[in-house]
Design a binder for this molecule. Sequence first.
Ligand code: FAD
Length: 310
Amino acid sequence: MSLARKTLLALSTNAWLRDHATKTAFVRRSVSAFMPGERLEDAMDAAASQQRKGIGTIFTRLGENVTRVEEADEVARHYLDVFDRVQPAGLRAQISVKPTQLGLDLDKELCFNHLRALVECAERRDNFVWIDMESSPYVDPTIDLFRRARALSPRVGIALQAYLYRTVKDIEDLLPLGSAIRLVKGAYLEPADVAFPQKADVDDNFFKLACRLLSDDAQKAGGLLHIATHDPVLAGRLGAHIDERRVPTTAYEYAMLYGIQRPLQERLVRAGRPLRVLIAYGEYWFPWYMRRLAERPANVWFVVKNVFAR
Ligand SMILES: Cc1cc2nc3c(=O)[nH]c(=O)nc-3n(C[C@H](O)[C@H](O)[C@H](O)COP(=O)(O)OP(=O)(O)OC[C@H]3O[C@@H](n4cnc5c(N)ncnc54)[C@H](O)[C@@H]3O)c2cc1C
C-alpha cells in the first residue's frame, strides 16, 4: 500500500481534521465531485437523471460509528422515509447502510432490529437493502447480521472485501444461501496479517472471487453479484468471462460510485450491462471523502488545484 494511501486513510479517522476541514470552502467544493449535494432531494434529482440514462441507483446517507441510541433510531427512520419517497417518485433506487450507523457499536440487537425494520419495509415496497462492510473487526458481526436478515427475506445483500484473506471462505459459506453479494476491493487501512498489502494481489483475488460468484452453483442457489469496481481492466475481464459463460443479466450488476469513471459507466450501459451507481449524501462526509481520496491520491491534486482556483 502506498504511503500516500496509508496517510490519507489514517487522516480519515482524525476528529480534529474532520471538524476543521468540513468547514473549509475549498474542501466542500471538492467533495461535490463525489456527491451531488448534502440533501436527499439532491440525491433524488441525480438518481432521476441517471435513470434516464438507464442507470439504477443505490442511496447512502453518510455516517458511521454513531454514539447514541437516538442517532441510530433517527438513521433507521430516515431510511424508512427514503423507501416511502422512492416508490412514488418512480425511482429504481435501493439503499445501502453501515451497521455502525444503525448502532452496532452500541448494541447488536438494536442494530439488528433497525436492519430488520428496513428489510421488512423493502419487502413491502419491492425494494432492497445493502449492508456495507466496514473495517475488519466488524466483519464477523456484519456477516451475522446479514445471515439473520437473510433468513427473513431475500431483499438484503452484503458487501465483501477482496483485500481480506478470509473473504474466500466467507463466500463459500454464504454462497449456498443464494446471497446477494457486493464484491469490493476494500476501502480501510488494514494490517498485512488480515489483508493483501499488494494491489495486484487484491485485483487477482477480486477476479477469482467474482468468477466464483458467477459460477453455475452460485446462480443455481439464486445469488446476485454486484461487481463494485471502477477498475476498467477488471470490469473488462469480468465482462469477457460473463459473455463466455453466458451468465444472464439477472445474476449480476456492475456498481460504481457517483462521479467516478463516468466514461466506463457510459461504456457499460452502451454494452447493455446492468449498472447501478451509489449516490452518497448527508452532512457527515469527511471520513468517506478521505477514503475516496485515498483510492486515488491523484485526487488530492484536484483539491490543491481548487485552493488556487479561487
Ligand atoms: C458501489 C460501491 C460500494 C462500495 N462499498 C464498499 C463497502 O461497503 N466497503 C468497502 O470497504 N468499500 C466499499 N467500496 C469501495 C471499494 O472498496 C474501493 O475502495 C473503491 O471502489 C476503489 O477501488 P476500485 O475497485 O474502484 O479500484 P481501484 O484499483 O482503486 O481503481 C481503479 C480505477 O478507478 C478509478 N478510481 C477509483 N477510485 C477512484 C476515486 N476515488 N476517484 C477517482 N477515480 C477513482 C481510477 O481511475 C483508478 O485507476 C465500494 C465501492 C463501490 C463502487
